[in-house]
Design a protein around this ligand. Structure first.
Ligand SMILES: C[S@@+](CC[C@H](N)C(=O)[O-])C[C@H]1O[C@@H](n2cnc3c(N)ncnc32)[C@H](O)[C@@H]1O
Ligand code: SF4
Ligand code: SF4
Length: 355
């Protein structure tokens, strides 16, 4: 992987080392014309220039179950858990209905992982295979890699997955075990090494592999070490911005001391997510973005509406227009999303906000 510095990507709130362009070039050479066409559309939508008939990306959350308790995640934080984590699981019929609707409108990309650990479901690879069989060309997921056995590694490599990210958040055992509570550093590193070996030995071109680092006060001192550790081993090193798990509490203690992303967000902000995607929660709520509190801007429920109806409805159109025009502050949830994520308490600290 060559070093091209940090760039903003179409995956909101994420910055990468090695430009996303490089990764997409690699995927274009493997997946061909269809992939290139879809990325063109995705980029145009992300620039607020293309309003599509159907979302270009669907994140489908099957359940909200996890084996770890990372301190920054809504799985762990009591207030976020109480508000946004439910026992409800999505059944296969609902999943199938969503995938088939996506196929009907030529939806090109999806992710079947939500606020959960996907590999806890022994049949998780079947969900990927089903989407792959039904026309989705770009299928992505994150995992904590604690359950990435040899057998699961082989199944994933055969599933049709195009992008896989290991969430690690640390370069040392000490910091890793403080953040990834419930996981052990050495076995997880071994799982990843074995996965990379099996991938290489088997001559698999896909999935593209990334490692993820959610940058916070507790780990920001390890960013450089993390990049050094992984830059020659994987396709992508992602340094992700911390996002508030809910909107009522003060998360200043989590926010890193230097965040270029947050500084830019305070100056001006246009959220590209409602132009790209929907996130369908395990309870069926169809949301226009992937933040933990996305239910606050829910468009409606999959049990009562089709995705096409919700995507083309007035609620979505209003949200899209608002972000195209840079008027995030006209939606109270979006305003709070910016404030909680940047740690801003007073609106006057937001440079372009309407006075
Ligand atoms: C919610 S997890 C679900 C998948 C899997 N359990 C994992 O950890 O990769 C998806 C991603 O969200 C990230 N994440 C968790 N809490 C976050 C927060 N408060 N802000 C930004 N990213 C967060 C994780 O590090 C992970 O990369
Ligand atoms: S492993 Fe993933 S879902 Fe589980 S607590 Fe950590 S970040 Fe959240
Ligand atoms: S709450 Fe608004 S600003 Fe925040 S991610 Fe969702 S759509 Fe974007």
């Amino acid at each position: 992987m060559s070093e091209t510095g940090f760039v903003f990507t179409t995956d909101n709130k994420v910055r990468m080392l090695s430009s996303e362009i490089e990764v997409n070039d690699k995927l274009s050479s493997i997946l061909g014309e269809k992939f290139i066409e879809y990325r063109k559309k995705f980029n145009a939508a992300s620039n607020f220039e293309l309003r599509t008939e159907f979302p270009l990306y669907m994140q489908i959350e099957l359940n909200q179950i996890c084996n770890l308790r990372c301190p920054m995640c809504s799985i762990t934080i009591p207030k976020a858990r109480q508000k946004y984590i439910t026992e409800e699981r999505m059944n296969w019929n609902t999943y199938e209905k969503i995938i088939l609707e996506g196929e009907k409108y030529g939806c090109p990309s999806m992710n079947p992982q939500g606020t959960n650990e996907p590999l806890l479901d022994p049949k998780f690879e079947d969900y990927i295979k089903f989407a792959s069989k039904h026309g989705f060309i770009d299928i992505t997921m994150n995992t904590n890699a604690t359950l990435l056995s040899e057998e699961r590694s082989k199944k994933i490599l055969e599933s049709g997955l195009t992008r896989l990210r290991f969430s690690l958040d640390a370069a040392t055992k000490e910091t890793y075990e403080k953040i990834r509570v419930g996981a052990k550093f050495e076995p997880v590193m071994k799982n990843i090494e074995r996965f990379l070996e099996i991938k290489q030995r088997g001559g698999y071109k896909l999935p593209i592999i990334g490692v993820n680092f959610c940058k916070m006060k507790t780990n920001e001192h390890e960013v450089d070490q993390f990049i050094e550790m992984w830059k020659d081993k994987v396709d992508l090193v992602a340094i992700q911005n911390f996002i508030a798990p809910e909107l009522e509490s003060d998360y200043t203690d989590f926010i890193p001391t230097d965040s270029e992303y947050n500084e830019n967000m305070k100056k001006s902000f246009r959220c590209e997510q409602p132009w790209q995607r929907v996130y369908i929660k395990s309870n069926g709520e169809v949301c226009p973005c992937c933040v933990f509190f996305n239910e606050e801007v829910s468009l409606g429920n999959i049990q009562e509406h089709t995705i096409h109806e919700l995507w083309n409805g007035s609620k979505m159109k209003t949200l899209q227009d608002l972000h195209k025009d840079g008027r995030y502050y006209d939606n109270p949830v979006c305003l709070n999303c910016v404030k909680c994520t940047t740690g801003v308490k007073d609106d006057s600290q937001l440079i372009n906000i309407k006075k």
